[in-house]
Each structure stands twice: as C-alpha cells, then as structure tokens.
Ligand binder design. Structure first.
Ligand code: NI
Length: 201
C-alpha cells in the first residue's frame, strides 16, 4: 500500500515517535516496512520516516543509492569507496544515534513532507547508530558521508525535528510563507499528500 505523505504543519511531524513494541506481530511489522519502502520509492525519496505516513513510531527506511551514486561521479573512478560510505537500503527500527563525529558539512536537503523547499543543512560526517532490523536483531553500525546524512535526516523525524528546524532564524523567516502555504495544501507534488486539518483521504 502506498500511503499519502503527511505535509508540514501536521502535529505528528513535531512529536517524538514511540518505540515499536517487542511483541508487535512479525507480519504486521513486515507489512509496515514494505509499505514504507513502496511509499518512498513512489515519491522518488531516498528516505522516509513513519511519522511522514502519520504513524508516530520509531521506524525509518532509507535507500541512499541515488545520492551516493551522484556523489561518486565526481570522484576518481579508481578510488575505492569507504565501506561506511557505501549506499545502504535498510529499515531502522527503534534506532538510537550513539555518536556523531567529524567535521560538519553542508548540503542542500529537501523533504517529502516539505515539497519545493531545499536549504543547506550542516551535519556531522560520521555517526554510530544502534537499531533493530526487521527480524528484531540488534545492530550497531557506523555510517559516513551521504548515507550518514540521510540517516540523520530520517532520525530527526523520529525526534519531531525537521530539516528546516536546523536553519538560521533569518533563513526560517525567508521560507515562512512557503511553509504556511504547504500546511494549507497550497503546493503541488507528484505524489499524494495529506494536509493538516484535512483528515485522511
Ligand atoms: Ni524528511
């Protein structure tokens, strides 16, 4: 099932998501993960967090391949890619970021919940994250570069934080009108969206 994407202004995007209980039936979890991947690919996204489909639970999916591939083109073809920077397609369940290290670097980010807005966000180069996979097995992995950035963006969603929250007050002021219009449904996206006050459709 492809879900509509919740637009900026919906309280679910500003609320800290809750852990997925250990006793959630495996088939329900698998269905949710499958639906999230389908919804993400349908919208041409590289990441999607459960609050963005209106579910306040700690789950996000990513496929950083399009971002990492684009990044790679600029480099020497012979250069070997650091394993922590390799593209990742994965579901992260009940994640906790353990550490963020390295230089902060800027990149223009967007968000499926905030169509048409792209701004530079500064994030640390490397993260260590603890999470469960779909079989509820615990992992602790290190990610760097673009894949780390995608994870940091999606992880923020579980904390009720949007990329626009990272901007300077000057930048926030500049995009305020755009954000208000998005929350009122005055925006076009090539995927289905759900706007605050509109209910499910
Ligand atoms: Ni986002």
């Amino acid at each position: 099932m492809i879900y509509p994407i919740v637009a900026f202004g919906d309280p679910v995007l500003k609320t800290r998501a809750k852990d997925i209980p250990a006793d959630l039936p495996a088939d329900e979890l698998k269905q949710l993960v499958d639906d999230m991947f389908a919804t993400m690919y349908h919208a041409n996204g590289v990441g999607l967090a459960a609050p963005q489909i209106g579910k306040g639970v700690r789950l996000f999916v990513i496929d950083s391949a399009p971002m990492v591939a684009g990044d790679e083109d600029e480099e020497d073809e012979e250069e070997e890619i650091d394993p922590s920077e390799a593209p990742v397609k994965r579901a992260f369940i009940n994640p906790t970021i353990v550490s963020e290290t390295g230089e902060e670097w800027g990149f223009e980010e967007g968000c499926l919940s905030i169509p048409g807005v792209r701004e530079t966000v500064y994030r640390h180069e490397t993260i260590v994250i603890r999470y469960e996979d779909e079989q509820r097995v615990q992992h602790e992995d290190t990610f760097s570069g673009m894949t780390a950035r995608v994870i940091q963006h999606e992880y923020d969603h579980l904390e009720g934080v949007l990329f626009t929250d990272h901007l300077s007050s000057f930048k926030k002021q500049l995009i305020k009108g755009k954000l208000t219009r998005i929350s009122k449904g005055d925006v076009s996206a090539d995927y289905r969206m759900r706007f605050p006050g509109q209910g499910r459709r």
